[in-house]
Write a protein that binds this ligand. Structure first.
Ligand code: HEC
Length: 135
């Protein structure tokens, strides 16, 4: 029984390796996804569903797919006011991420606007630059 289990595990591991190796150059995560994983995932979660009563979801959020200037400002300035998303109220602190470059912000926003079931057009570095400059 044990041996069968161990053999089974071995087999799974091997097929696991074979699978990760097979489709040779597996597409690396996009720059936007990498930034998301590094700076946003801990709070908003890998699937963008957030944490109930704490961190709002990015999935089906008007804040994500709606007005770009408002969205860019959330990243540049953070957010600390009660907001309502899908009938749930959130009032926690989103820290400012103005240390990210215009390109990094455009990448991560383009990522969240086109993932988690969202389908909004991307954000360009120029758009971020404009909002950062207050124009
Ligand atoms: C420390 C936790 C934390 C981190 C890190 C964080 N956020 Fe947030 N975020 C929040 C909280 C909390 C709110 C809601 C703030 C409020 O209620 O005023 C929020 C709100 C938002 C909103 C608007 C509301 C919504 O859910 O659509 C967006 C968009 C957003 N965050 C995107 C991001 C992105 C992109 C990153 C990474 C660059 C990020 N956040 C990093 C906690 C975080």
């Amino acid at each position: 029984m044990r041996i069968a289990f161990a053999a089974g595990l071995c087999f799974l591991t091997l097929t696991g390796i074979a699978q990760t190796k097979k489709p040779a150059p597996k597409a690396a995560p996009s720059p936007g996804q990498q930034i998301y994983e590094q700076y946003c995932l801990t709070c908003h979660q890998a699937d963008g569903t957030g944490v109930p009563n704490l961190n709002p979801p990015l999935k089906q959020s008007e804040w994500v797919t709606g007005d770009k200037t408002r969205l860019i400002n959330v990243i540049l300035k953070g957010l600390q006011e009660p907001i309502e998303i899908n009938g749930e109220t959130y009032d926690n602190v989103m820290p400012a991420h103005d240390f990210l470059s215009d390109k990094e912000i455009s990448d991560v926003l383009t990522f969240i606007r086109s993932n988690f079931g969202n389908k909004a057009e991307g954000v360009s570095p120029e758009e971020v630059k404009k909002v950062r400059g207050g124009k």
